[in-house]
Design a protein around this ligand. Structure first.
Ligand SMILES: Cc1cc2nc3c(=O)[nH]c(=O)nc-3n(C[C@H](O)[C@H](O)[C@H](O)COP(=O)(O)OP(=O)(O)OC[C@H]3O[C@@H](n4cnc5c(N)ncnc54)[C@H](O)[C@@H]3O)c2cc1C
Length: 309
């Protein structure tokens, strides 16, 4: 099927784009990489009268890493994030999540802003931002505002973003994640390559002293994708490992907490009970991997994560 007819707009600035959104509000849809929008429009699940193509907003294509924070522009492609050595050195969960999205053609065109705009609870960056307590920056004709990821994802594919707002970028504070004491992992279980995950787990672990005999966990972060209607932060799993040196018992408690917290929907390849089990298992694996990376001072990157088919 072909998309329904629409009027096409190509703004060259954020102001022009937000003016268009304010003018056409309910009848307008932003287009970034068009990797998701194109599919829903081709199937006529969305029939916007106006398409606002933001690919001309070059100012929104950036990765900025300072000592305080990481900032990524909304138009930054998955491929750019996947291959950014600055991100791999600062917050390796981002490239690890990016490299596991679909195949190369989707990663070349798809953007982080599109992924967050889509707000699929199975999405990789929504889960990363939930785990790392990230912020989203949005603009409208009323000005700019910042919204915490924890408040942005409200219900299934429903967010705090108003119809006349545009995501301009995301940011994450680096202070909780000193790379010499922190390990990160983003692990997925997928039914097939290049498709959406059945469950993903994003974990970060900071230890007190990586050179100690049994380093204790100062702080842990754990979020799951596709385990509920929104990206799911599991604070009980974090609490199960915080203050402890890793052992099978603490990992088992964390896994149990994640299975209990998960409220997954059923899908073709996985019923809810199976996904609850996977939530526990991927919590265990991702926390263990993050811990191993935190205590191994020679491995500071998370970009070697690979999908488990
Ligand atoms: C086969 C396949 C497998 C995939 N697997 C995964 C996966 O495993 N994990 C994963 O995370 N993703 C996956 N994706 C989705 C992929 O990441 C998309 O690229 C992404 O979700 C949408 O990005 P886009 O730039 O193409 O956005 P578009 O398709 O252009 O837009 C998507 C939505 O976001 C809105 N939007 C776009 N930009 C903005 C903005 N700046 N501000 C506000 N709203 C905006 C649009 O209006 C639209 O509603 C998959 C896609 C495909 C086709």
């Amino acid at each position: 099927m072909k998309p329904a007819a629409f009027q096409y707009h190509q703004p060259t600035s954020v102001t022009e784009a937000t003016d268009l959104l304010a003018e056409y509000e309910h009848d307008a849809e932003l287009m970034a990489g068009n990797q998701s929008l194109g599919i829903v429009m081709a199937n006529r699940l969305a029939t916007p009268e106006h398409i606002v193509d933001i690919n001309g907003l070059d100012d929104l294509d950036y990765v900025d890493v300072s000592t305080e924070r990481v900032e990524i522009g909304a138009l930054t492609s998955h491929r750019t994030i996947e291959t950014s050595t600055a991100l791999a050195d600062a917050l390796p969960m981002f490239p690890a999540a990016a490299e596991q999205i679909a195949g190369p053609s989707v990663r070349n065109l798809g953007t982080i802003g599109g992924s967050i705009g889509e707000a699929d609870p199975a999405g990789n960056y929504p889960t990363v931002l939930t785990a790392l307590d990230g912020d989203l920056h949005v603009a409208s004709t009323d000005g700019e505002r910042t919204v915490a990821a924890s408040e942005y994802f409200i219900a299934y594919m429903f967010t705090d973003l108003a119809e006349d707002e545009l995501i301009t970028g995301v940011s994450v504070d680096r202070e909780p994640f000193p790379i010499d004491r922190t390990g990160m992992a983003f692990l997925e279980q997928k039914p097939a390559a290049q498709t959406w995950p059945t469950i993903s787990a994003a974990a970060a672990v900071r230890v007190d002293d990586p050179d100690a005999d049994a380093p204790a966990v100062d702080e842990a972060r754990l979020a799951l994708a596709n385990a509920a209607d929104v990206p799911l932060r599991v604070e009980d799993a974090e609490a199960a490992v915080e203050g402890e040196s890793f052992a099978e018992t603490t990992l088992a408690s964390a896994a149990e907490a994640a299975s209990e917290a998960a409220e997954p929907g059923e899908e073709m390849h996985a019923d809810a009970a199976y996904k609850e089990k996977l939530a526990g298992e991927y919590t265990r694996r991702s926390l263990e991997t993050a811990y191993e990376r935190a205590v191994d001072t020679t491995d500071t990157t998370g970009i070697t994560d690979t999908t488990t088919p």
